[in-house]
Design a protein around this ligand. Structure first.
Ligand code: FAD
Length: 370
Protein backbone atom coordinates (compact mmCIF):
# COMPACT_ATOMS: atom_id res chain seq x y z
CA UNK A 1 0.00 0.00 0.00
CA UNK A 2 1.24 3.49 -0.80
CA UNK A 3 1.80 5.62 2.29
CA UNK A 4 1.97 9.43 2.10
CA UNK A 5 5.43 10.74 1.28
CA UNK A 6 5.29 12.88 4.37
CA UNK A 7 2.92 13.40 7.28
CA UNK A 8 4.06 17.02 7.19
CA UNK A 9 1.59 19.64 6.06
CA UNK A 10 3.55 22.03 3.89
CA UNK A 11 2.94 25.74 3.37
CA UNK A 12 3.64 25.28 -0.34
CA UNK A 13 3.95 22.20 -2.56
CA UNK A 14 5.52 22.65 -6.00
CA UNK A 15 4.87 20.15 -8.79
CA UNK A 16 7.98 20.09 -11.02
CA UNK A 17 11.66 20.48 -10.14
CA UNK A 18 12.61 22.16 -13.41
CA UNK A 19 13.94 25.71 -13.48
CA UNK A 20 10.56 27.34 -12.71
CA UNK A 21 9.71 25.05 -9.79
CA UNK A 22 13.20 25.19 -8.31
CA UNK A 23 13.28 28.97 -8.58
CA UNK A 24 9.93 29.25 -6.71
CA UNK A 25 11.27 26.84 -4.08
CA UNK A 26 14.45 28.87 -3.49
CA UNK A 27 12.60 32.17 -3.08
CA UNK A 28 9.71 30.88 -0.95
CA UNK A 29 12.05 28.90 1.32
CA UNK A 30 14.20 32.04 1.81
CA UNK A 31 11.02 33.89 2.79
CA UNK A 32 10.57 31.40 5.67
CA UNK A 33 7.93 29.09 4.17
CA UNK A 34 7.94 25.32 4.56
CA UNK A 35 8.24 24.17 0.94
CA UNK A 36 8.39 20.82 -0.82
CA UNK A 37 9.08 19.99 -4.46
CA UNK A 38 7.80 16.86 -6.17
CA UNK A 39 8.82 15.54 -9.59
CA UNK A 40 8.04 12.48 -11.68
CA UNK A 41 11.72 12.25 -12.64
CA UNK A 42 14.39 10.94 -10.31
CA UNK A 43 16.39 14.17 -10.25
CA UNK A 44 15.93 17.89 -10.71
CA UNK A 45 16.27 20.14 -13.76
CA UNK A 46 13.47 18.97 -16.09
CA UNK A 47 14.33 20.11 -19.61
CA UNK A 48 17.47 21.79 -18.21
CA UNK A 49 18.81 18.63 -16.59
CA UNK A 50 22.02 16.70 -17.19
CA UNK A 51 22.28 13.08 -18.24
CA UNK A 52 24.95 10.93 -16.65
CA UNK A 53 27.04 9.00 -19.17
CA UNK A 54 28.90 5.84 -18.29
CA UNK A 55 32.55 6.43 -17.48
CA UNK A 56 34.67 5.37 -20.43
CA UNK A 57 38.18 5.70 -19.13
CA UNK A 58 40.67 3.69 -17.18
CA UNK A 59 39.62 5.67 -14.12
CA UNK A 60 36.15 4.19 -13.52
CA UNK A 61 35.45 6.68 -10.72
CA UNK A 62 35.20 9.43 -13.34
CA UNK A 63 31.65 9.74 -14.52
CA UNK A 64 30.60 12.39 -16.98
CA UNK A 65 27.38 14.16 -17.72
CA UNK A 66 26.07 16.11 -20.64
CA UNK A 67 23.01 18.20 -21.39
CA UNK A 68 20.49 16.86 -23.88
CA UNK A 69 18.02 19.67 -23.10
CA UNK A 70 18.93 23.33 -22.53
CA UNK A 71 22.74 23.54 -22.63
CA UNK A 72 22.82 27.17 -21.41
CA UNK A 73 20.57 30.18 -20.94
CA UNK A 74 20.76 33.89 -21.69
CA UNK A 75 20.25 36.81 -19.36
CA UNK A 76 17.59 38.46 -21.51
CA UNK A 77 17.16 41.58 -19.33
CA UNK A 78 18.19 42.81 -15.89
CA UNK A 79 15.21 41.45 -13.89
CA UNK A 80 17.13 38.45 -12.59
CA UNK A 81 20.57 40.05 -12.39
CA UNK A 82 20.72 39.72 -8.59
CA UNK A 83 19.83 36.00 -8.73
CA UNK A 84 22.54 35.52 -11.35
CA UNK A 85 25.08 37.17 -9.03
CA UNK A 86 23.99 34.91 -6.18
CA UNK A 87 24.39 31.76 -8.29
CA UNK A 88 27.75 32.95 -9.60
CA UNK A 89 28.92 33.48 -6.01
CA UNK A 90 27.72 29.96 -5.14
CA UNK A 91 29.67 28.63 -8.18
CA UNK A 92 26.64 26.81 -9.59
CA UNK A 93 26.71 28.76 -12.86
CA UNK A 94 29.43 30.38 -14.95
CA UNK A 95 29.41 32.58 -18.05
CA UNK A 96 30.02 30.70 -21.30
CA UNK A 97 31.09 33.41 -23.78
CA UNK A 98 31.04 30.95 -26.70
CA UNK A 99 27.25 30.91 -26.44
CA UNK A 100 26.68 34.69 -26.04
CA UNK A 101 24.01 35.97 -28.37
CA UNK A 102 23.67 39.59 -29.57
CA UNK A 103 24.16 41.56 -26.35
CA UNK A 104 22.95 38.75 -24.08
CA UNK A 105 25.39 36.92 -21.82
CA UNK A 106 25.12 33.12 -21.79
CA UNK A 107 25.43 31.11 -18.58
CA UNK A 108 25.68 27.40 -18.02
CA UNK A 109 25.44 25.30 -14.86
CA UNK A 110 28.68 24.22 -13.19
CA UNK A 111 29.77 21.53 -13.08
CA UNK A 112 26.50 20.63 -14.88
CA UNK A 113 23.16 22.33 -15.60
CA UNK A 114 21.47 20.23 -12.90
CA UNK A 115 23.77 21.82 -10.30
CA UNK A 116 21.72 25.02 -10.50
CA UNK A 117 18.34 23.42 -9.77
CA UNK A 118 19.88 21.17 -7.08
CA UNK A 119 21.29 24.30 -5.45
CA UNK A 120 17.95 26.13 -5.63
CA UNK A 121 15.94 23.42 -3.88
CA UNK A 122 18.54 22.55 -1.27
CA UNK A 123 16.59 23.92 1.72
CA UNK A 124 13.36 22.16 0.72
CA UNK A 125 12.11 18.59 0.86
CA UNK A 126 12.42 16.99 -2.59
CA UNK A 127 10.44 13.92 -3.65
CA UNK A 128 11.61 12.39 -6.95
CA UNK A 129 10.05 9.54 -8.97
CA UNK A 130 6.62 10.75 -7.88
CA UNK A 131 4.07 11.52 -10.55
CA UNK A 132 1.07 13.53 -9.43
CA UNK A 133 -2.04 12.78 -11.46
CA UNK A 134 -4.82 14.56 -9.57
CA UNK A 135 -4.97 17.73 -7.50
CA UNK A 136 -7.89 18.24 -5.15
CA UNK A 137 -8.82 21.24 -3.01
CA UNK A 138 -10.29 20.64 0.46
CA UNK A 139 -10.81 24.41 0.85
CA UNK A 140 -7.98 24.68 3.39
CA UNK A 141 -5.31 23.43 1.08
CA UNK A 142 -4.50 20.98 -1.70
CA UNK A 143 -4.19 17.22 -1.75
CA UNK A 144 -1.77 15.80 -4.32
CA UNK A 145 -2.77 12.32 -5.48
CA UNK A 146 -1.08 9.71 -7.64
CA UNK A 147 -2.76 7.76 -10.44
CA UNK A 148 -4.08 5.21 -7.94
CA UNK A 149 -5.94 8.05 -6.26
CA UNK A 150 -3.71 7.87 -3.19
CA UNK A 151 -2.94 11.13 -1.43
CA UNK A 152 0.84 11.63 -1.40
CA UNK A 153 1.09 15.13 0.08
CA UNK A 154 -0.94 17.98 1.48
CA UNK A 155 -0.07 21.69 1.31
CA UNK A 156 -1.83 24.96 1.99
CA UNK A 157 -0.81 26.31 -1.40
CA UNK A 158 0.09 24.62 -4.65
CA UNK A 159 2.26 25.74 -7.57
CA UNK A 160 2.18 23.78 -10.85
CA UNK A 161 5.26 24.16 -13.07
CA UNK A 162 4.82 21.27 -15.53
CA UNK A 163 4.88 21.74 -19.33
CA UNK A 164 1.54 22.90 -20.76
CA UNK A 165 0.17 19.46 -21.73
CA UNK A 166 0.98 17.99 -18.30
CA UNK A 167 -0.38 21.09 -16.53
CA UNK A 168 -3.61 20.69 -18.50
CA UNK A 169 -4.02 17.14 -17.15
CA UNK A 170 -3.59 18.42 -13.59
CA UNK A 171 -5.87 21.44 -14.05
CA UNK A 172 -8.74 19.55 -15.68
CA UNK A 173 -11.36 18.68 -13.11
CA UNK A 174 -9.68 20.87 -10.45
CA UNK A 175 -11.10 24.01 -8.85
CA UNK A 176 -8.59 26.20 -10.72
CA UNK A 177 -10.12 28.81 -13.08
CA UNK A 178 -11.29 27.36 -16.37
CA UNK A 179 -9.31 29.92 -18.42
CA UNK A 180 -6.08 28.40 -17.06
CA UNK A 181 -7.03 25.04 -18.52
CA UNK A 182 -7.92 26.73 -21.81
CA UNK A 183 -4.52 28.45 -21.84
CA UNK A 184 -2.72 25.19 -21.12
CA UNK A 185 -4.54 23.59 -24.08
CA UNK A 186 -3.67 26.54 -26.35
CA UNK A 187 -0.02 26.41 -25.25
CA UNK A 188 0.10 22.65 -25.90
CA UNK A 189 -0.74 23.33 -29.55
CA UNK A 190 2.25 25.69 -29.70
CA UNK A 191 4.71 23.08 -28.37
CA UNK A 192 7.21 21.22 -30.59
CA UNK A 193 9.04 18.00 -29.86
CA UNK A 194 12.80 17.85 -30.22
CA UNK A 195 15.22 14.96 -30.55
CA UNK A 196 18.76 15.26 -29.17
CA UNK A 197 21.70 12.89 -29.30
CA UNK A 198 25.26 12.73 -27.99
CA UNK A 199 28.17 11.48 -30.11
CA UNK A 200 31.69 10.80 -28.86
CA UNK A 201 34.89 10.44 -30.84
CA UNK A 202 36.05 6.86 -30.32
CA UNK A 203 39.56 6.10 -29.17
CA UNK A 204 41.77 8.26 -31.37
CA UNK A 205 44.51 5.56 -31.34
CA UNK A 206 42.26 3.51 -33.61
CA UNK A 207 41.80 6.24 -36.18
CA UNK A 208 44.28 7.38 -38.81
CA UNK A 209 44.00 10.99 -37.68
CA UNK A 210 47.17 13.01 -37.37
CA UNK A 211 47.72 15.32 -34.36
CA UNK A 212 47.14 18.22 -36.77
CA UNK A 213 43.76 16.82 -37.76
CA UNK A 214 42.88 16.24 -34.14
CA UNK A 215 43.75 19.88 -33.41
CA UNK A 216 41.53 20.94 -36.27
CA UNK A 217 38.66 19.00 -34.65
CA UNK A 218 39.33 20.66 -31.33
CA UNK A 219 39.29 24.10 -32.91
CA UNK A 220 35.70 23.77 -34.13
CA UNK A 221 33.37 26.42 -32.62
CA UNK A 222 31.71 25.36 -29.35
CA UNK A 223 28.19 26.19 -30.52
CA UNK A 224 27.15 25.88 -34.15
CA UNK A 225 23.69 26.75 -35.50
CA UNK A 226 22.78 24.94 -38.75
CA UNK A 227 20.02 25.51 -41.28
CA UNK A 228 20.25 22.04 -42.73
CA UNK A 229 17.83 19.43 -41.54
CA UNK A 230 17.96 17.27 -39.55
CA UNK A 231 20.45 19.04 -37.23
CA UNK A 232 19.61 22.48 -35.86
CA UNK A 233 22.45 22.95 -33.39
CA UNK A 234 25.77 21.29 -32.54
CA UNK A 235 27.22 21.87 -29.07
CA UNK A 236 30.68 20.80 -28.02
CA UNK A 237 29.76 19.76 -24.50
CA UNK A 238 33.32 19.46 -23.19
CA UNK A 239 34.06 23.12 -24.05
CA UNK A 240 31.75 24.34 -21.29
CA UNK A 241 33.41 25.95 -18.28
CA UNK A 242 34.57 23.61 -15.53
CA UNK A 243 34.09 20.43 -17.56
CA UNK A 244 37.00 18.04 -17.75
CA UNK A 245 36.45 16.32 -21.06
CA UNK A 246 38.09 12.94 -21.32
CA UNK A 247 36.91 12.68 -24.90
CA UNK A 248 35.68 14.94 -27.70
CA UNK A 249 31.92 14.90 -27.44
CA UNK A 250 29.11 16.76 -29.20
CA UNK A 251 25.42 17.11 -28.52
CA UNK A 252 23.38 17.15 -31.74
CA UNK A 253 20.01 18.86 -31.37
CA UNK A 254 17.58 18.00 -34.14
CA UNK A 255 15.53 20.53 -36.04
CA UNK A 256 12.05 20.90 -34.51
CA UNK A 257 10.11 20.31 -37.76
CA UNK A 258 12.25 17.26 -38.54
CA UNK A 259 11.66 16.04 -34.97
CA UNK A 260 7.91 16.41 -35.45
CA UNK A 261 8.04 14.41 -38.71
CA UNK A 262 10.01 11.63 -37.01
CA UNK A 263 8.43 11.77 -33.59
CA UNK A 264 7.66 8.03 -33.47
CA UNK A 265 10.93 6.85 -35.00
CA UNK A 266 13.31 4.47 -33.20
CA UNK A 267 15.79 6.32 -30.96
CA UNK A 268 18.74 4.41 -32.46
CA UNK A 269 17.68 5.29 -36.02
CA UNK A 270 17.42 8.97 -35.05
CA UNK A 271 20.95 8.94 -33.58
CA UNK A 272 22.28 7.40 -36.78
CA UNK A 273 20.56 10.06 -38.93
CA UNK A 274 21.95 12.86 -36.78
CA UNK A 275 25.43 11.32 -36.81
CA UNK A 276 25.52 10.98 -40.60
CA UNK A 277 24.44 14.61 -40.98
CA UNK A 278 27.19 15.61 -38.50
CA UNK A 279 29.80 13.62 -40.47
CA UNK A 280 28.79 15.25 -43.78
CA UNK A 281 29.11 18.65 -42.12
CA UNK A 282 32.50 17.77 -40.54
CA UNK A 283 33.96 16.35 -43.75
CA UNK A 284 33.16 19.55 -45.63
CA UNK A 285 35.35 21.45 -43.18
CA UNK A 286 38.63 19.54 -43.11
CA UNK A 287 40.77 17.01 -44.98
CA UNK A 288 40.38 13.92 -42.82
CA UNK A 289 37.37 11.87 -43.95
CA UNK A 290 35.38 10.74 -40.94
CA UNK A 291 33.17 7.67 -40.97
CA UNK A 292 30.46 6.48 -38.60
CA UNK A 293 32.91 4.02 -36.99
CA UNK A 294 34.95 6.98 -35.68
CA UNK A 295 32.14 7.84 -33.26
CA UNK A 296 30.17 6.08 -30.58
CA UNK A 297 26.61 7.13 -30.07
CA UNK A 298 23.80 6.58 -27.60
CA UNK A 299 20.14 6.23 -28.61
CA UNK A 300 18.72 9.73 -29.06
CA UNK A 301 16.54 11.34 -26.40
CA UNK A 302 13.03 12.34 -27.47
CA UNK A 303 11.64 15.46 -25.78
CA UNK A 304 7.96 15.08 -26.62
CA UNK A 305 7.18 18.40 -24.95
CA UNK A 306 10.44 20.05 -25.96
CA UNK A 307 10.00 23.69 -26.95
CA UNK A 308 7.10 26.00 -26.19
CA UNK A 309 6.36 28.91 -28.49
CA UNK A 310 4.28 32.02 -27.77
CA UNK A 311 0.51 31.46 -27.82
CA UNK A 312 -2.53 33.70 -27.51
CA UNK A 313 -4.01 33.29 -24.03
CA UNK A 314 -7.79 33.07 -23.55
CA UNK A 315 -7.97 36.56 -21.96
CA UNK A 316 -5.86 38.09 -24.71
CA UNK A 317 -7.94 36.44 -27.44
CA UNK A 318 -11.07 38.12 -26.04
CA UNK A 319 -9.39 41.55 -26.08
CA UNK A 320 -9.52 43.34 -29.40
CA UNK A 321 -7.43 46.31 -28.17
CA UNK A 322 -3.73 45.53 -28.67
CA UNK A 323 -2.67 47.95 -25.85
CA UNK A 324 -4.79 46.03 -23.39
CA UNK A 325 -3.42 42.77 -24.76
CA UNK A 326 0.14 43.59 -23.75
CA UNK A 327 -1.03 44.64 -20.26
CA UNK A 328 -2.83 41.31 -19.91
CA UNK A 329 0.10 39.15 -20.94
CA UNK A 330 0.92 37.97 -17.41
CA UNK A 331 3.49 35.19 -17.43
CA UNK A 332 2.03 33.38 -14.40
CA UNK A 333 -1.39 32.48 -13.04
CA UNK A 334 -2.30 32.80 -9.36
CA UNK A 335 -5.53 32.66 -7.42
CA UNK A 336 -4.92 33.85 -3.88
CA UNK A 337 -8.37 32.78 -2.73
CA UNK A 338 -7.94 29.23 -4.09
CA UNK A 339 -4.26 28.98 -3.10
CA UNK A 340 -3.13 27.66 -6.48
CA UNK A 341 -0.74 29.00 -9.10
CA UNK A 342 0.99 28.12 -12.37
CA UNK A 343 4.49 29.28 -13.39
CA UNK A 344 6.44 27.87 -16.33
CA UNK A 345 8.28 28.65 -19.55
CA UNK A 346 5.11 28.17 -21.62
CA UNK A 347 3.53 31.27 -20.06
CA UNK A 348 6.46 33.25 -21.51
CA UNK A 349 8.83 32.78 -24.42
CA UNK A 350 9.61 29.11 -23.85
CA UNK A 351 13.17 29.48 -22.56
CA UNK A 352 15.04 28.86 -19.31
CA UNK A 353 15.02 32.59 -18.64
CA UNK A 354 11.26 32.78 -19.34
CA UNK A 355 10.70 29.98 -16.82
CA UNK A 356 12.75 31.85 -14.21
CA UNK A 357 10.94 35.12 -14.90
CA UNK A 358 7.52 33.51 -14.68
CA UNK A 359 8.54 32.05 -11.31
CA UNK A 360 10.02 35.36 -10.14
CA UNK A 361 6.89 37.34 -11.03
CA UNK A 362 4.67 34.77 -9.32
CA UNK A 363 6.73 34.72 -6.12
CA UNK A 364 6.90 38.53 -6.02
CA UNK A 365 3.10 38.67 -6.22
CA UNK A 366 2.66 35.98 -3.55
CA UNK A 367 5.12 37.58 -1.13
CA UNK A 368 3.70 41.08 -1.67
CA UNK A 369 0.28 39.86 -0.56
CA UNK A 370 1.43 38.48 2.81
C1 FAD B 1 16.55 20.10 -26.72
C2 FAD B 1 16.24 21.38 -25.98
C3 FAD B 1 17.09 22.46 -26.09
C4 FAD B 1 16.83 23.65 -25.41
N1 FAD B 1 17.70 24.69 -25.52
C5 FAD B 1 17.48 25.82 -24.82
C6 FAD B 1 18.42 26.90 -24.85
O1 FAD B 1 19.44 26.85 -25.53
N2 FAD B 1 18.15 28.01 -24.10
C7 FAD B 1 17.02 28.12 -23.33
O2 FAD B 1 16.85 29.12 -22.65
N3 FAD B 1 16.11 27.13 -23.31
C8 FAD B 1 16.31 25.99 -24.02
N4 FAD B 1 15.39 24.98 -23.99
C9 FAD B 1 14.11 25.19 -23.28
C10 FAD B 1 14.29 25.04 -21.76
O3 FAD B 1 14.86 23.78 -21.48
C11 FAD B 1 12.93 25.15 -21.06
O4 FAD B 1 12.29 26.33 -21.50
C12 FAD B 1 13.03 25.22 -19.55
O5 FAD B 1 13.97 24.30 -19.05
C13 FAD B 1 11.64 24.95 -18.97
O6 FAD B 1 11.68 24.96 -17.56
P1 FAD B 1 10.34 24.67 -16.73
O7 FAD B 1 10.70 24.63 -15.31
O8 FAD B 1 9.28 25.65 -17.14
O9 FAD B 1 9.80 23.24 -17.24
P2 FAD B 1 10.48 21.79 -17.16
O10 FAD B 1 11.94 21.89 -17.25
O11 FAD B 1 9.77 20.96 -18.16
O12 FAD B 1 10.12 21.28 -15.69
C14 FAD B 1 8.86 20.73 -15.37
C15 FAD B 1 9.06 19.53 -14.44
O13 FAD B 1 7.77 19.05 -14.07
C16 FAD B 1 7.84 17.63 -13.95
N5 FAD B 1 6.46 17.12 -14.07
C17 FAD B 1 5.63 17.24 -15.13
N6 FAD B 1 4.44 16.68 -14.86
C18 FAD B 1 4.53 16.18 -13.59
C19 FAD B 1 3.62 15.48 -12.74
N7 FAD B 1 2.37 15.17 -13.15
N8 FAD B 1 4.03 15.11 -11.50
C20 FAD B 1 5.30 15.43 -11.08
N9 FAD B 1 6.20 16.08 -11.85
C21 FAD B 1 5.82 16.46 -13.09
C22 FAD B 1 8.75 17.23 -15.10
O14 FAD B 1 9.34 15.96 -14.86
C23 FAD B 1 9.78 18.36 -15.10
O15 FAD B 1 10.93 18.04 -14.32
C24 FAD B 1 15.65 23.76 -24.61
C25 FAD B 1 14.78 22.67 -24.50
C26 FAD B 1 15.07 21.48 -25.17
C27 FAD B 1 14.14 20.31 -25.02
Amino acid sequence: MNTPLSEQRYDVAIIGAGVAGSYCAERLHSAGLNVCVIDKSRGTGGRASSKRLAANSSDQSVSQSCELGAPFFHLEDQQLASSIHRWLAACVIAPWPAADQHDQIAYTGTPTMSALTRHMIKGCDFYGNEKISIIESDHQGWRLLNESYQCRLWAKQLIITAPAAQSAVLLSGSDAPETWLLDAHRATLACSPQWASVVTLTDTCNTMMSPLELDCLKSLPSVIELDNEPIARIICDGDKPQRTPLQSRWVLQADQDWSQQHIDAEAQWVSEQLLSCFIVWLNKRQDYVFAAKDFSLLPAHRWRLGRHHAFLSADMALTADSNNRSKMSLDYRWSQSLGVAVAADWLGEGSVYAAMKSADNLVNAMLAST
